[in-house]
Design a protein around this ligand. Structure first.
Ligand SMILES: [Zn+2]
Length: 151
């Protein structure tokens, strides 16, 4: 079977109307789906459906990923920045408040940070980060501290 001018026009029309290659093959008759795809390629018609679906799937993936990344960053920032220091004296400081020293213990106005600290921790998240800068050490100290507290 050969591609007559009419058949090519028919192929173009159906292709642009959104018919699948196998639909077009049935419509034209005596031709395989692959032959339709091959001809569409040569006519520069191919890629119509594929490129569209590719674009949309990429944008869906992006849409899904971006918000979660942003949210987790916002949460990290807000936990360390939102609460202002609430200086407490030695008498006022208690469990659950940050014991980061402000100034020298000899000073008359010596106080502790006083922000609420995360569970089981001595410092607020900001001061905890300052106190245990190397991550591995921080993990080790946190676990020993917890064990010590429970016992
Ligand atoms: Zn603190």
């Amino acid at each position: 079977m050969s591609w007559t001018h009419e058949r090519i026009e028919e192929l173009k029309k159906l292709w642009e109307a959104g018919y699948t290659a196998s639909n077009i093959a049935t419509e034209l008759g005596g031709i395989t789906r692959n032959a339709v795809i091959g001809k569409a390629h040569r006519l520069g018609l191919s890629g119509r459906m594929k490129s569209k679906s590719k674009v949309s799937s990429v944008s869906i993936v992006r849409k899904r990923k971006m918000p979660t990344n942003r949210n987790s960053k916002i949460i990290e920032l807000s936990t360390s920045v939102s609460e202002p220091m609430n200086p407490k004296t030695f008498a006022e400081i208690k469990d659950g408040l940050c014991r980061w020293p402000l100034g020298e213990p000899e000073d008359l106005d010596f106080k502790f940070c006083g922000r609420s600290s995360s569970d089981g921790m001595v410092y607020c998240s900001e001061h905890h980060a300052l106190a245990y800068q190397p991550l591995n050490q921080a993990r080790q100290k946190r676990t020993t501290r917890k064990r010590f507290k429970v016992g």
